[in-house]
Ligand binder design. Structure first.
Ligand code: SAM
Length: 254
């Protein structure tokens, strides 16, 4: 990361060196009124396709700011091929789950509702804002997508055959996740975490019966769903995913 530039903004447009961009009102307000940026100040900008660039503030208008894209600092880095299937939690806990999972790294969020899910509502706009802010903060250059909510049965049905479903099973009867990942080393996964009320027996039976499902235990205590998501993602990245890659992916050519 460009250590001496602290402000990073996501631009929906595809960026090229030399581009002159009139920033969105919200981003202009943030730079002008919150961060008190001045003309000639440098910021970092990134899109979700080519990578990150330095940019210079060229004009500060009443309600908008013009920047010029100066130099590419790193290419887009796509995280390891992991999805997260999660049940919506109470608002701030869903926010936490979305933010921390994005920081750790994943490609897709699949909200789902199961028998014990207490809420079937996920605000996609709010979640997408949380995702973008987390990527801006953590130096990422890839924006994971979040899908509209669907039933657990549909999500499992539509999961591509080659993708292993890592079923976080709080019954504590499954093998420990580290042992499973060491043995199976699944490179393309979807991690499934249940709701506050856990999975029902019928859901557990349905899941365990499927051939591409890997039931795992996350230790011998019951974690909150958002904690389970963080733990499972961390274990996968550290044993199979990004953290095993040798090259310095901060300058990864994708
Ligand atoms: N029924 C309990 C409850 O109401 O607290 C457990 C639900 S737990 C809070 C939510 C989800 O986190 C579970 O469905 C499971 O996916 C995951 N989880 C929590 N602790 C776990 C563990 N020790 N091993 C595997 N998964 C776990």
């Amino acid at each position: 990361m460009n250590k001496n530039i602290s402000i990073r903004l996501f631009c929906e447009v595809t960026l090229t060196v030399g581009d002159k961009i009139n920033l969105e009102p919200e981003q202009s307000h943030y730079l002008k009124n919150v961060m008190r940026c001045k003309i000639n100040e440098k910021i970092l900008v990134f899109d979700n396709c080519t990578g990150e660039y330095t940019a210079e503030i060229m004009h500060v208008h009443k309600r908008s700011i013009d920047i010029e894209v100066l130099e590419k600092t790193k290419s887009r880095y796509v995280p390891g091929d992991v999805w997260l299937i999660f049940c919506p939690l109470k608002k701030t806990r869903t926010d936490f789950l979305i933010e921390k999972s994005t920081e750790i790294g994943l490609r897709k969020f699949l909200p789902t509702f199961s028998n014990n899910t207490q809420t079937k509502i996920v605000s996609l706009n709010r979640s997408r804002r949380n995702i973008v802010e987390a990527v801006e903060q953590c130096g990422g250059t890839f924006i994971p997508e979040i899908l509209p909510i669907s039933s657990l049965a549909d999500v499992i049905e539509e999961l591509p055959e080659e993708r292993i479903l890592i079923f976080c099973d709080e019954s504590l009867e499954s093998r420990n996740i580290s042992e499973c990942l060491l043995l199976e080393r699944p490179a393309k996964v979807a991690i499934l975490v249940g709701p506050e009320g856990g999975f029902s027996d019928s859901e557990r039976k349905l899941l365990i019966a499927k051939k591409n499902v890997l039931p795992v235990s996350l230790g011998n205590r019951i974690l909150r769903a958002e904690t389970a998501a963080v733990v499972a993602l961390t274990m996968w990245h550290s044993m199979v995913g990004d953290w095993l890659k040798k090259e310095d992916h901060r300058n990864h050519e994708s």
